[in-house]
Design a protein around this ligand. Sequence first.
Ligand SMILES: [Ca+2]
Ligand SMILES: [Ca+2]
Length: 475
Amino acid sequence: MIVLSLQCVATIRAAEPSSAEPSNAEQSDVQQLNVLMICIDDLNDWVGFLEGHPQAITPHMDALAKRGRIFSNAHCAVPVCTSSRVSVMSGVAATTHGSYEIGPRYEELPALKNLPTIQRYFKDNGYVTLEGGKVLHHGFGGRLAGDIDRSLGRKRSPRPKKPMNRPSDWSGAWDWGAFPATNAEMADHQLAKNAAAAFKEDFDKPFFMTVGFFRPHVPLYVPPKWFDLYDADSLSLPPDPKPDLNDLPKNFLTINNYAVAPTHAEVVSNGKQQSLTHAYLASISFVDHCVGVVLDALKSSQHSDDTVIVLWSDHGFHLGEKQHWAKRTLWEESTRVPLLFAGPGIQHDKACAEPASLLDVYPTLVEICNLPKSKHLEGLSLVPQLNDPATSRDRPAITSSYFGNHSLRSRDWRLIVYEDGAEELYDHRNDPDEFLNLASDPSHKATRDQLFRWLPGKAAPEYKTTSERSRVRLK
Ligand SMILES: [Ca+2]
Ligand SMILES: [Ca+2]
């Protein structure tokens, strides 16, 4: 079997003979790869190929992972929807664009005024752009409207007339249950079908298609067949050693007081941890099915051999780990995301355990597709790791959450530095659950110091005038 590096694929494509065209038409002989970018909302590492939950059923994503390169140590730039997606689509970190918490639109941020979205960049370099579902949190509006040539739709799934499972004093979005009756009623499924239909077309340009699924974001409503995949009574729940929180800085533990998610105490006192876990897993299996609809259609289309696929989620999700629910933290469950690439020239022998950031998606696709390099991109291309997963990366994956707080994740370690100087340090070789904070252990000072030097020096101020932290729910 001949294994091609990505550079080889580009070269061979450029040299492919085309009898229908004149021999001097060198430029037109270059067949650009298409791009299919699939993004998933609030999906943590509970997928088969990352083994984040022993019972997660995700056959379609696992099959894709088997034929692509998994980045098993990939992390978001900001652990919340708007800012994570702004970072991916702009290719710059929060410390440049200034959105560290839920809020602003891409086009509102002054720092992004002259920075093209990845869709715009590909369009300006000869691609036709298609996009549907949740890609940028607020969609491509205002001056971004022209970035997308064709919409694949952005519908909302139906909701039941009354809450199904949530306690009455919880936020309205925090409900879950087997609803509606069929996949066909779900917006994500309709989007998958629209994307599938588009693959039947013969485009006169290479395409850049972005498909953004809403589940497993709350509310966790998916049809009953996805709940039926799991036995609710035998689901594994995360370990919760009682002293875990004792070695944490106190300042960031208040995060549950200003986020919209229920607190761990509220979940447990209402007896809802098991059923929420069930609904989250059901939602993951549903979205996995939707990914399968798209991938199956691509596979049976004429674009099958010419399309690079990247799949990612915008951030992780806690379901009780560190007695926290949802996102926004700088711990592993919040920052770690599925990230994988598959397609022509991409090898699939081993997962890459080097640190990767969602900021790297933009420069990686630019390099894979042989587009001119753009100087504004702050991530690093993952092409060396696509060719050889053992290629080391010095730079840790940096995640920022709320102004002034950063996590630095290397291959084996995580250092968190909070705005007030408090720190956490975890050794992932021995402590993947981040139970033991080693920040004050002098024997790890060299490791801490080495990571600390990556801490962002200059940081744009938070763009929002009123921080989420100001609306503390005092109880
Ligand atoms: Ca999200
Ligand atoms: Ca601990």
